[in-house]
Ligand binder design. Structure first.
Ligand code: NAD
Ligand code: IPM
Ligand code: MN
Length: 351
């Protein structure tokens, strides 16, 4: 358990309550341990990812993370910022496959910013490459040119093996779902993504049961709000996936509803909500804990093989929404507004 910063500790506390209950109910024998990451770790140790945290994370079957970052640490140099703690966990554990399911609970149709008929029944899986691309490419930095002008630079790079392994995860996911995969790139401008497209086409030969299509990222951003239900599985690189998943989150009513799983090839995983530390509402007890609680369900499913326990959490969340309980971000007319803790308690009661 790595609660992190801002609303991180608030939403992880609720998730821990839920996981403790599930642990008893299903007799799972899970053991939890806690560690420091992000700004909380910087304040204690001076580093966003202390060696002890990384060692413990490596020895765990799964990691549940809240969120990192906040204004307090925004002026630190890039390598020492809280976000590096998160990126360091992803790269050190080789968590290359990030699954971000955007599912609209029918009870939240009116909380979505789109018309109910456009979003009802929405169920998209975004498969985001998480340990490569422009986030990790070298060289990177800011340099001073002759004459004194500054120049900032990053490198957008993917190797064939990186594209193949994320492609396979996405094809497998599509195979388990509606059999449709849309690969999102900028192949009309960027060579790295033109290569990405060719590799996806090549992989498609191994998955004749999956219908592969390609879309440029600008169009994909538009299509997601025009007609989101055309998508089943989306596969894309690190940065495009970051942006499109926040966009998709809003279709489900709130970014506070979007969970995620980040997996390596051993299915060891880190689980976290897609949102950040929400400094604007931290400490007020009003954050939506459901994205984190649902990330706990994904943890049971993907890393621990406890499908029944995962389903029990998801059913409990659905029941709580049926009861009309809403945190502020998903509040609508006639519903009952609850705090972070009350939402966690309601999920427990539903369990
Ligand atoms: P954010 O996701 O933290 O917040 C964006 C908006 O969504 C805010 O208005 C916030 O109040 C709201 N929001 C987010 N989660 C919510 C929840 N559970 N319930 C209700 N409302 C919620 O994004 P930001 O403001 O761009 O970033 C804030 C900090 O978080 C930055 O330091 C950023 O680097 C960091 N961040 C961390 C992660 C992560 O740890 N995985 C992800 C994104 C951003
Ligand atoms: C996310 C976040 C992170 C990312 C940041 C905090 C490094 O936005 O998990 O989506 O960009 O991957
Ligand atoms: Mn993000």
């Amino acid at each position: 358990m790595l609660p992190g910063d801002g609303i991180g500790p608030e939403i992880v506390a609720e998730t821990e309550k839920v996981l403790n209950r599930i642990n008893e109910q299903f007799d799972l024998g899970l053991q939890f341990d806690h560690g420091l990451v992000g700004g909380a770790a910087i304040d204690e140790t001076g580093e966003p990812l202390p060696g002890k945290t990384l060692e413990r994370a490596k020895k765990s079957d799964a990691i549940l993370l809240g969120a990192v970052g906040g204004p307090k640490w925004d002026n630190l140099e890039m390598a020492k910022r809280p976000e590096k703690g998160l990126l360091g966990l992803r790269s050190n554990l080789e968590l290359f496959a990030n699954l971000r399911p955007a599912i609209l609970y029918p009870q939240l149709a009116s909380a979505s910013s789109l018309k109910p008929e456009v979003v009802s029944g929405l169920d998209i899986m975004i498969v985001r490459e998480l340990t490569g691309g422009i986030y990790f490419g070298q060289p990177r930095g800011v340099r001073t040119l002759e004459g004194g002008e500054l120049q900032g630079f990053n490198t957008y790079v993917y190797s064939e093996s990186e594209v193949r392994r994320i492609g396979r995860v996405a094809f497998e996911a599509a195979r388990q779902r509606d059999g449709k995969l849309c690969s999102v790139d900028k192949a009309n401008v960027l060579e790295v993504t033109a290569m990405w497209r060719e590799i996806m086409d090549d992989l498609a030969k191994d998955y004749p049961d999956v219908e592969l299509s390609h879309m440029y990222v600008d169009n994909a951003a538009m299509q997601l709000v025009r007609a989101p239900k055309q998508f089943d599985v989306i596969v894309t690189g690190n940065m495009f996936g970051d942006i499109l998943s926040d966009e998709a989150a809003m279709l489900t009513g709130s970014i506070g509803m979007l969970p995620s799983a980040s997996l390596n090839s051993e299915k060891q995983g880190m689980y976290e909500p897609c949102h950040g530390s929400a400094p604007d509402i931290a400490g007020q007890g009003i954050a939506n804990p459901l994205a984190t609680i649902l990330s706990g369900a994904m943890m049971l499913r993907y890393s621990l093989g406890e499908e029944k326990a995962a389903g029990a959490i998801e059913a409990a969340v659905s029941r709580v929404l049926d009861q009309g309980l809403r945190t502020a971000d998903i509040m609508s007319d006639g519903m009952q507004q609850v705090s972070t803790r009350e939402m966690g308690d309601a999920v427990l009661a539903a369990l």
